[in-house]
Every structure is written in C-alpha cells, then in structure tokens.
Design a protein around this ligand. Structure first.
Ligand SMILES: [Zn+2]
Length: 145
C-alpha cells in the first residue's frame, strides 16, 4: 500500500492463470459455488476471482459461467415488474367499432404486391385482405383502411 498524500493506492499482485480451461473453471467454481461465495452475482464473483487471479478475458469467462449456473437461474430475483391481471378486451357494440390490423409479409412478388394487409372486424370476426407492398408507408396504409 502506497500512501500519496490523501490518495491511497493499493497494489496487489495477481496470479496469472495459464490457458487451462479446467483450471480456470475450477477457480471460478471456488469463488462462486462454495458456501462462502454463496452464488453471488457476476460482478461480485469477478471481484472475488480477480483479488488473487487474472487471465485475459476473466470477466467474460465469469459472466458466462454465472449466466449458465443452474442454481443462480433458479434463485434469480426478477428485476422486471410482475405482469398485472389479465383484462378482457372491451366488447364492441357495433360493426367496425374495433378493428385489428396486421400484415402478412415477405410473400413472393405477385402482380406488384408482396404483402397482404389483413383488417379484421372484432364484432363479427369478418376480415378483409388487401394486396399491398412492404414499401407502403403508414399514410398509404391509412388510405386503404
Ligand atoms: Zn450460481
């Protein structure tokens, strides 16, 4: 530890691990899978491994290992919000009040058209199919609808 005024710089020697996949995986396991390591996340495992060891790509290797860890995947906390309750769609009361619009694309070119615009009336499930091209912009599609 070198003290330069108010800034302390700690210098540590790391052990270079030769290109031996089995050895590198074993080191990661010791710093991730053991009771002391407690299957902590990717960055904590990187920190623990690099306290004493280093090799080119150590961070990437640890990341892949932790992503593939079966126990971590099962205990993983969900970062995203849980989906809310399902809500049924509003029931239409008259024809063409609610429509569904979708495209069938990447079809073989036929008479200058390579896509089909599908317009479905939710009230009767009646559908209209309009030949179009994938190059049509929203304004042209709006004119068709
Ligand atoms: Zn794990």
């Amino acid at each position: 530890m070198v003290d330069r005024g108010r800034i302390s710089v700690e210098r540590r020697e790391s052990i270079y691990v030769p290109k031996d996949e089995k050895l590198r995986v074993e080191i990661i396991q010791l710093h991730h899978d053991t009771l002391i390591a407690e299957h902590r996340g990717q960055w904590k495992t990187v920190e623990l491994v690099t306290r004493n060891y280093w090799w080119p790509g150590v961070t990437k290797k640890v990341k892949r290992y932790v992503e593939g860890c079966n126990q971590c995947q099962r205990m993983k906390n969900r970062a995203e919000k849980l989906a809310g309750k399902l809500r049924p769609n509003q029931i239409p009361e008259r024809l063409w009040q609610h429509i569904l619009v979708d495209f069938i694309m990447k079809l073989p070119m036929s008479k200058g058209h390579d896509s089909i615009l599908v317009i479905c009336n939710r009230f009767l499930k009646m559908s209209h199919f309009v030949a179009t091209t994938k190059k049509n912009d929203s304004r042209k599609i709006g004119e068709v609808v």
